[in-house]
Write a protein that binds this ligand. Structure first.
Ligand code: 5RP
Length: 232
């Protein structure tokens, strides 16, 4: 990641916290390097007393640990069943604010949290903006470990190039939910995201895919120039 990208992620994250989070909110806390800056800003504003009575549901073990270390109060769905706002990153954002997410491996919990939230603010640097989904990042598909071997040929039959995600040690990557992930490359990008989403999620053994269609209410973009742009 270039220096400008890190600065752009921080700028987008700080802007989102400063403009969209209010005291008393129940938040969804996304996952990834941009959300790390969201957590940093939330913690700063809680410490200064600028924000009060904030608590969030984390979308991954990594976010839970980071938030706990920063003193951000956490909740679970035992405590609340709807959230005021979720803030999360993305791997791709198209002109309709549809997203591909999940390169960080947290797509299932991220989609559950987004679906329980009244609005979703997405924080990205400008490299994530694409004319068409599937052109910059692969589409992650999380599958149960039982029968995982059956999905590769099926995904290929859809015209997709699936690659089982592995750790640096070459072992299959295991999500926080104990599942595997196929990263699916679309040679021409994703022409019809709704059809792809329905086809993939209808497959027995598929837990969820990384298409987030119609979830984002605002996208905060940190630009290489240093500016921040908001799309809604
Ligand atoms: C994790 C995600 C992340 O939001 C996405 O990968 C963006 O991450 P980063 O902010 O590190 O670029 O979907 O599952």
């Amino acid at each position: 990641m270039g220096d400008w990208q890190s600065a752009a992620k921080r700028a987008a994250a700080y802007y989102a916290v400063d403009h969209f989070v209010q005291s008393g909110m129940r938040l969804g806390l996304g996952t990834g390097s941009t959300v790390a800056f969201v957590l940093e800003r939330l913690a700063q504003r809680l410490q200064t007393g600028d924000l009060r009575d904030i608590a969030g549901i984390p979308t991954s073990e990594a976010t839970a640990q980071r938030a706990q270390a920063l003193g951000i109060p956490l909740l679970s769905f035992d405590d609340v069943q709807s959230l005021d706002l979720c803030i999360d990153g993305a791997d791709e954002v198209d002109p309709s604010l549809n997203l591909v997410k999940g390169l960080g491996g947290a797509l299932v919990r991220e989609k559950i949290v987004a679906s329980a939230s009244r609005s979703m603010v997405v924080v990205v640097d400008e490299s994530k903006i694409v004319p068409k989904l599937g052109t910059r990042a692969p589409l992650p598909v999380e599958v149960l470990t039982f029968g995982w071997q059956l999905h590769e040929a099926w995904l290929r039959s859809l015209g997709v190039e699936p690659v089982l995600r592995r750790t640096a040690q070459g072992e299959p990557f295991v999500s926080d939910n104990g599942n595997y992930i196929y990263d699916c490359h679309f040679p021409q990008g994703i022409d019809d995201p709704m059809r792809v989403e329905a086809a993939i999620n209808n497959r027995p053994g598929v837990v969820e895919n990384g298409l987030f269609l119609g979830y984002a209410t605002q996208v905060v973009i940190g630009m290489e120039s240093g500016d921040v742009v908001v799309k809604r």
